[in-house]
Design a protein around this ligand. Structure first.
Ligand code: GUN
Ligand code: ZN
Length: 467
């Protein structure tokens, strides 16, 4: 984590812990208006409020008298790459310990064998140990915004939020809600009220904390675990509080059959959530793989957001989401690791799984091969993992790209670690990101900042290095 400090050497020779400062390095970011901004020798200036005051080429900034610099030192991280922080739109905090276990099981079996026992034992004490290590691992993976499900126990959520508050990561977190197909021992008649009350209390305490860095998501697990009442009342709570509402949608064929059995009046899976009044721009639906044209059109009509989790979908052999089709329909889609159904917290790893999945769909779905369907290149994946994730959360006016006025959520990457042999580095934006996606190195992210503040990223003593 060492970098040079140029000019006024007031700061120690390390990455800047807090604003104000300027970072000099190779700079690459999607732009809200479209396209990508690349500066081989660039600078990002972060003011003392943690906002981006200036982004551009080093030489021009220097010649113009270094506008927006305030009193911060210039930290020279060349030849490292400066990118916007990554957005993980969907992961499960209590599941991290079982990452990489149970590949290929059907979802419902995997939940019962690998996940419910783990979440059941995820009490406040466990959360206090797992959450700091998890947030540090996310920082090492380059994730600066994480949308998380917790376990069912409210005090474990309290602990997770408190750790996130101290750590500095930007997070949307929610207590998983279940009033059937659950690991809670509550008698059925007490489940609904308990779930709603506990979630509402957590939302009241944490939604909007620290100027909106921490937010709440009402998080009914999925239709198999929830009654129509719980879905409807949690959606009402999300609307009245301005919090998010998140759940899983159409991930696995057996799950679909179970939903059809439990909700015989619904015309399809999406209709279960639609009847609950749960669709809309503050709703994040994970997976959304096996959808009819009607469901896709309804998602677009309501402005609901999709968390695309291709690595998880390969791991559990759930299926392949048709990203090109969804984008053509106008859906807003970001990327999710879905740890622990996804084996890795790294959004670069998710991009790789998405790229392989989408190219396979392209070459197998049309008689003539890949013709006709758009291909997604490395810069598209970078946008999906940054600015599109921010759009999905409705906060792309604040984060997701390196543009003046936005909060300084950014990462620096030692891309030399992705070269196949020493000295074989590339320099075009596409090729740089291609190497990050297809040849990710577990130690390549050297620093991650939220609002200009460096996130703790040290692995626990003797712990794993990679995300
Ligand atoms: N559907 C309901 N719960 C879960 C979960 O924890 N992980 C995944 N991947 N799918 C789910
Ligand atoms: Zn999930």
């Amino acid at each position: 984590m060492m970098a040079r400090v140029t000019e006024d050497q007031a700061e120690p020779a390390a990455l800047p812990p807090r604003p104000p400062y300027a970072l000099r390095g190779r700079l690459l970011t999607p732009i809200a208006a479209g396209g990508t901004h690349h500066e081989p020798d660039g600078v990002v200036v972060v003011d003392d409020a943690g906002l981006i005051a200036h982004v551009g080429g080093w030489a021009a900034w220097d010649a113009a008298g270094r506008p927006g610099r305030a009193s911060g030192a210039v930290h020279d991280v060349r030849p490292w790459l400066i990118l916007p922080g990554l957005v993980d739109l969907h992961a499960h905090l209590p599941q991290i310990p079982n990452s990489g276990l149970g590949s290929g099981l059907h979802l419902l079996d995997w939940l019962e064998r690998y996940i419910f026992p783990l979440e059941r034992s995820f009490d406040a004490a466990t959360a206090s140990v797992v959450a700091p290590a998890a947030f540090a691992a996310m920082a090492r993976a380059g994730t600066t915004t994480a949308v998380l499900y917790g376990a069912a126990w409210p005090d474990s959520l309290e602990a997770a939020f408190a750790v996130a508050e101290r750590h500095g990561i930007r997070a949307v977190i929610g207590k998983v809600m279940m009033d059937r197909f659950t690991y809670r021992d509550l008698p059925p008649e007490r489940r609904l009220d308990t779930e709603l009350r506990e979630s509402a209390e957590l939302c009241e305490r944490w939604h909007g904390r620290d100027g909106g860095r921490l937010m709440y998501a009402f998080s009914p697990r999925f239709a198999v675990s929830c009654t129509a009442e719980l879905l409807r009342e949690s959606a009402d709570l999300a609307r009245s509080t301005g919090a998010y509402w998140q759940t899983h949608l159409s991930e696995d064929r057996n799950e679909l059959a179970e939903v059809a059995r439990l909700f015989p009046d619904a015309r399809d899976y999406l209709d279960v959530y639609d009847r609950a009044g749960a669709l809309g721009p503050r709703t994040i639906l994970a997976h959304a793989i096996h959808l009819s044209d009607r469901e896709i059109a309804r998602l677009a009509e309501t402005g609901s957001r999709i968390a695309h989790c291709p690595e998880s979908n390969l791991f559990l052999a759930s299926g392949a989401m048709r990203l090109a089709r969804y984008r053509a329909a106008g859906l807003i889609v970001g990327l999710g690791s879905d740890v622990a159904a996804g084996p890795s917290l790294s959004i670069f790893s998710v991009m790789r799984a998405g790229a392989y999945t989408h190219d396979l769909i392209r070459v197998t779905s049309e008689p003539g091969g890949a013709g006709g369907m758009p291909s997604f290149g490395p810069l598209d994946w970078l946008r999906l993992g940054t600015l599109d994730g921010a759009r999905a959360l409705g906060i792309d006016d604040r984060i997701g790209s390196l543009e003046p006025g936005k909060e300084a959520d950014l990462i620096v990457i030692d891309h030399a670690l992705t070269a196949p042999l020493p000295g074989l580095e590339v320099s075009s934006p596409e090729q740089l990101v291609s190497r990050l996606v297809f040849r990710s190195h577990p130690a390549m992210v050297r620093g991650a900042w939220v609002r200009g503040r460096l996130l703790p990223a040290d692995p626990p003593e003797g712990g794993p290095v990679g995300p």
